[in-house]
Design a binder for this molecule. Structure first.
Ligand code: ADP
Length: 363
């Protein structure tokens, strides 16, 4: 039997004529956490609602564990959806909120009590069983919503921006809790967020969406280090994109630096995406890209520097192993192997990328 969730050619246009999903193709593996990541309005929640059965696609199919669920009602899908607004029953205690779904399923009272005690413990809500939602903090309310979803032991957990109503500190705690629980219980989770840092920190697999399409799927590291389009590179934050030229031998010239992009590229215009960690900064010499440090900030684990160069003002992030370069210092920049990608000028629908394995200094 085919495992996991498979979406094939999903199309959806709302009644007002807005085409929200365009040929979405996607596989969500079991016992892993997959995030749908993209800017607000790109269709993430619509896709999640389709998986949950709250919307029906105009075309395409949804398979789970080999079964076609496309037309199956939401209550027969063995999935639980947790929204950003916790949607707890305001007049029911924590315990009764958690037991609600079990009761609807007809589970005997003793088993309900046992199951709810178990998930209440798992989510650190012990001692709060008799409180009403308005007597809980935002974080406790969100934990209760998660407990209610997990009590049903669904085959697939769907989380729609589960942290967006929480402050920064709590977001971090709860996302760590979600990740730990997912790993400990081996849950299959599909998680919607517009926050790239959140996606990077919780995911096994990240699905980047843009205007109703899937534009890249990969591990957090793949997506960050080898973005396939300029959109993905910029959306994942902290990148500089240069327009450059590739010669017939796969050599891309960036000012005085040459990047060996291999044989996969044809001669012509390319874009080079550089993460700030990819720059290696050294005292000024005769090689590399000459620059002058404009600002330098010590951030504990890293140093961030803005360096003025002939290619513009560049953000350079280095770890603390190297020498510190103060504002005003003349420096030379080189590119290291990781964090550099060469892109063909692309359209959204035909991403192509050539990973860079080597960068060289020009003599
Ligand atoms: P995301 O979760 O990525 O922010 P959504 O799936 O919520 O995106 O929405 C995608 C687009 O579809 C938005 O522009 C939104 O305004 C529009 N949309 C959502 N629901 C409806 C609806 N019921 N009718 C018409 N347009 C909708």
């Amino acid at each position: 039997m085919s495992q996991g969730l498979h979406l094939h050619g999903i199309e959806k246009t709302y009644a007002n004529g807005y085409r929200v999903l365009r040929g979405v193709q996607l596989r969500v593996p079991e016992r892993r956490l997959t995030t749908l990541l993209g800017p607000s309005g790109c269709g993430k929640s619509t896709l999640l609602r389709l998986v949950a059965g709250l919307e029906v696609p105009d075309a395409g199919q949804i398979f789970f564990r080999g079964e076609d669920l496309t037309q199956r009602p939401a209550d027969q899908r063995d999935m639980s959806l947790v929204f950003q607004s916790y949607a707890l029953f305001p007049y029911l205690s924590v315990q009764d909120n958690v037991r609600y779904g079990l009761k609807v399923q007809g589970m005997p009272a003793a088993a309900q009590a046992e199951r709810s005690a178990q998930v209440i413990g798992l989510l650190g809500l012990g001692g709060l069983e008799d409180r009403l939602p308005h007597e809980l903090s935002g974080g406790q309310q969100q934990r209760t919503a998660l407990a209610r979803a997990l009590a049903l032991q669904p085959a697939l957990v769907l989380l729609d921006e589960p942290l967006s109503n929480l402050d920064a500190n709590l977001r971090r705690h709860i996302r760590e809790d979600i990740r730990q629980l997912q790993q400990r219980l081996g849950l299959t989770v599909l998680y919607v967020t517009h926050d790239h840092a959140e996606a990077m920190s919780v995911s096994d697999q990240v699905v980047v969406m843009q205007e109703g399409r899937v534009v890249q799927i990969g591990s957090p590291r793949d997506i960050y280090e080898q973005p396939q389009t300029e959109f993905v590179a910029r959306f994942m934050g902290d990148s500089t994109v240069f327009e450059a030229h590739c010669d017939g031998a796969g050599q891309v010239t960036l000012g005085p630096l040459t990047i060996d992009a291999g044989q996969g590229l044809r001669q012509g215009a390319v874009q080079v995406v550089v993460r700030p960690q990819a720059w290696r900064i050294e005292p000024a010499g005769t090689q590399g890209l000459a620059g002058k440090v404009l600002r330098s900030a010590y951030l504990g684990r890293t140093v961030e520097m803005w360096v003025q160069t002939a290619l513009g003002s560049l953000l350079v992030i280095s770890d603390l192993t190297g020498r510190r370069h103060e504002a005003g210092a003349p420096v030379s920049l080189f590119l290291s192997r990781k964090g550099v990608s060469v892109l063909l000028p692309t359209s959204v629908s035909t991403p192509q990328t050539v990973p860079v394995f080597q960068s060289r200094r020009q003599p």
